[in-house]
Design a protein around this ligand. Structure first.
Ligand code: UDP
Length: 358
């Protein structure tokens, strides 16, 4: 625990990353204000005496004063609020910009006003189409890489564009107003309680881990978008939270006014390879070991018109390594751990009802 930080406000602390962060920060002794529209994923810590949960929607102007007061009394704000699912980028692009840029700027302004340090979550997607699976092994560097977006008609990029503008405005507020900031670019974090589980494909399109986990448990096809040839580096949520802890502690101010990638470069795989590995693990770990079919699907057919993919993205993580960070989970261990959680949680629910005896 950092000596200079007592109270932290976690905006979006009820989401996937936020819920894991909230639990870790409580374990580390901090006092927390958590702001979210839902507390479902942090139900286990809601009664904690160092946690105040505020069920608030930052969209509503009537909540502006409450949010400002929370920022005012905090030593640090972590802002995770965002629409962050590719399905949303093409289905509701204007809402994505409104929340991810305009509504978040209110929190940035509160931090300037209160002189509170801000850790602003962005996305690895700001690098856009920089990575090329057929080219060299370009490692994404926070300070020197170009950010390359697709055409306007390919609406997937509206998310990355909104986040990029938010980053640029946070930076500019640092220069002009002295805002004390760190920007975090996460690379495909996975773990328990990620997104949501669907019982059938018409219930939505969660991100790839939750999507494949749903398919395995509820026996519907695993869809390989565009053949599953694109590549990602996956990070276990606990490794991500370890990195965040270092950023929060900010020893010697090493992360002040820095953009920081959080990712595990060694955990790279094609999406097809990811599906195969999940199938191997499921066969070993699940109660019945049965496997659903795999089906190739076109990206626009799966997500809607305007979807375009990132081929490949490898994070440069020198800024974390220099502070002593090393990931604990390789890809298999990441998946085994995350899948075990779901298998245990849903085993009972999915177990066939006992035969009626007469
Ligand atoms: N994907 C897939 N099947 C699914 C969900 C996703 O093949 O059921 C692909 C998707 O097209 C992308 C990759 O998996 O190439 C990662 O997608 P995700 O939604 O997890 O997030 P992203 O990394 O694109 O932000």
């Amino acid at each position: 625990m950092s000596a200079s930080i007592g109270r932290i406000a976690v905006f979006g602390g009820g989401g996937f990353i936020g819920s894991h962060l909230t639990r870790r920060l409580l374990a580390n002794g901090y006092h927390l204000d958590v702001v979210d529209i839902s507390s479902e994923k942090i139900g286990d810590v809601l009664g904690h005496d160092r946690l105040q949960f505020h069920e608030l929607d930052i969209y509503e102007p009537e909540n502006d004063a409450a949010c400002a007061a929370i920022v005012e009394r905090s030593d640090l704000v972590v802002d995770l609020i965002a629409y962050a699912n590719p399905e949303q980028y093409v289905a509701m692009p204007l809402e994505v910009v409104d929340l991810n840029l305009f509504q978040n700027l209110k929190i940035v302004e509160d931090c300037i006003e209160a002189e509170t340090r801000l850790i602003q979550f962005s996305t690895c997607e700001v690098y856009g189409m920089l990575g090329n699976r057929t080219g060299d092994d370009t490692v994404f560097d926070e300070d020197t890489s170009n950010l390359i977006m697709g055409p306007v008609g390919n609406q997937r990029w509206i998310y990355a564009t909104a986040k990029q503008l938010l980053e640029r405005m946070v930076y500019a507020h640092g220069e002009r107003d002295g805002l004390d900031w760190t920007i975090v670019r996460p690379f495909n974090f996975i773990g328990p309680e990620m997104d949501y589980i669907i019982e059938s494909p018409d219930e939505g399109t969660p991100r790839v881990f939750a999507s494949f986990m749903s398919a395995l448990m509820y026996d519907h096809p695993m869809f390989l978008v565009d053949g599953g040839k694109n590549m990602r580096t996956f990070t276990h949520i606990e490794d991500a939270i370890d990195a965040l802890e270092l950023i929060i502690e900010n020893e010697g101010g090493r992360y002040t006014r820095e953009v920081v990638n959080i990712g595990t470069p060694g955990n790279e795989t094609t999406i097809r390879g990811f599906a195969d590995l999940m199938r191997d693990i499921y066969r070993e770990e699940s109660p019945d070991g049965r496997l659903p079919p795999m089906r190739e699907v076109d990206g626009e057919e799966y997500y809607g018109e305007g979807y375009e993919d990132c081929d490949r993205r490898i994070p440069g993580v020198d800024k974390l390594r220099e502070a002593g960070w090393t990931p604990r989970y390789d890809l298999r261990a990441t998946l085994e751990n995350a899948m075990r959680y779901y298998i245990d949680k849903y085993e009972l629910e999915r177990a066939p009802s006992p035969a009626l005896s007469d």
